[in-house]
Design a protein around this ligand. Structure first.
Ligand SMILES: Nc1nc2c(c(=O)[nH]1)N[C@H]1C(S)=C(S)[C@@H](COP(=O)(O)O)O[C@H]1N2
Ligand SMILES: [Mo]
Length: 335
């Protein structure tokens, strides 16, 4: 089996402590797992946006910092931003609006600058409460000033070692730790300091805070998959708490409706701001029939996911992800 190597990153957690890195994303089951790598390749990273991707070109693009600033500064070019101190982080992005288990979620290594370094160029007037991002596709969203000034809040121009792809916000997008995709705007053209702002999705009933909720997703098997009796099957997936509960401590699986739980192996992890990947070798029963697989995570702060799910709006769905499979004595090749 091919061994995979990953970029070494120096990562600082949401709490500001430097974390020991564990980048042992190597496994013999790799082709059977989903997700199959700690870092999602750019081509496989989910895309979610109001409309088509915006095509911006470096020559004419500028980043303006306006509103309650202390000094009017000339809008910045990408070149100028790239001369600033760069930071590299690993971050998982997740959409707020997905049903349990159909998570639009991906993990990448990003490079960029700290947002606060940019904001400080213009200075912050005392009455500033929020930082508003105006984007080239007419999307707009605001985050509290405190979050904007956090050292982990990054304006990224690179993704997995490549120039930030058009689909993911070229030339710059925000990475706002602990928050759903809605608070990670792409194609930013204007950063505005303000007293208040009602963002695009808030106007449509979505949670203005958008803190990521603890969630576990089962990647393999898939819904309604047929599995052969008496074989070994690798159940796998991801879990993520975006650092809100100190990261994921363990992930468990149940095949008896939550009566008993089996601890899985966490085979890849990094910072609490990135997902953990888990797998569990299941000895499939010898009898045919339907089976429901449950998965749940427990965090380092001792929180365990609960069974009850709630539907999307105004916050993301929470609860177990469950997958129904059929144990069969013969695998049909035809469907
Ligand atoms: N400019 C802009 N930024 C945006 C959006 C958008 O529609 N326009 N969608 C947001 C949503 S809802 C999500 S989940 C993430 C998805 O980021 P990705 O497409 O890079 O995965 O982008 C966010 N940033
Ligand atoms: Mo989203």
């Amino acid at each position: 089996m091919k061994r995979r190597t990953f970029i070494k990153l120096s990562v600082i957690s949401a709490a500001g402590i430097v974390l020991p890195l564990q980048l042992e994303a190597q496994t013999d089951d790799a082709p059977l797992l989903k997700p199959r790598t700690l870092i999602t390749p750019n081509e496989e990273f989910y895309i979610l946006q109001l409309d088509e991707s915006v095509e911006l070109d470096e020559a004419s693009w500028r980043l303006a910092i306006t509103g309650l600033v202390e000094r009017q500064i000339k809008p910045l070019t990408l070149e100028e931003i790239k001369t600033m101190e760069a930071v590299e982080v690993m971050r998982t992005l997740k959409c707020i609006g997905d049903p349990i288990g159909e998570e639009q979620m991906g993990n990448a290594a990003w490079k960029g600058v700290r947002l606060r370094d940019l904001i400080q160029k213009a200075g912050v007037k005392e009455n500033t409460k929020v930082v508003v991002f105006q984007c080239a596709d007419s999307y707009h969203t605001a985050i509290p000033l405190e979050d904007a000034m956090h050292e982990d809040t990054i304006l990224a121009y690179q993704m997995n070692g490549e120039t930030l792809p058009k689909e993911h916000g070229y030339p710059v997008r925000l990475l706002n730790p602990g928050h759903y995709g809605t608070k990670n705007p792409k194609w930013i053209v204007n950063i505005q300091l303000a007293e208040k702002h009602e963002s695009y999705w808030e106007k449509r009933g979505w949670d203005p805070v958008a803190n990521v909720k603890l969630a576990t997703v089962i990647g393999t098997p898939s819904q309604e998959e047929e599995i052969l009796v008496g074989t070994d099957f690798v159940v796998s997936g991801a879990a993520f708490d975006a650092g809100h509960h100190g990261g994921i401590k363990k992930v468990e699986v149940s095949i008896d409706y939550g009566e008993t739980w089996q601890e899985t192996e966490i085979w890849a992890k990094d910072t609490p701001l990135a997902w953990v990947l888990w797998k569990w070798k299941w000895q499939v029963p010898k009898e045919k029939g339907p089976i429901e697989i449950y998965a749940r995570a427990t965090t380092n702060s001792g929180v365990t996911q609960e069974e009850m799910g709630i539907k999307a709006k105004p916050v993301d769905a929470v609860g177990y992800h469950t997958v129904d499979v059929k144990i069969v004595d013969e695998l049909e090749q035809t469907n």
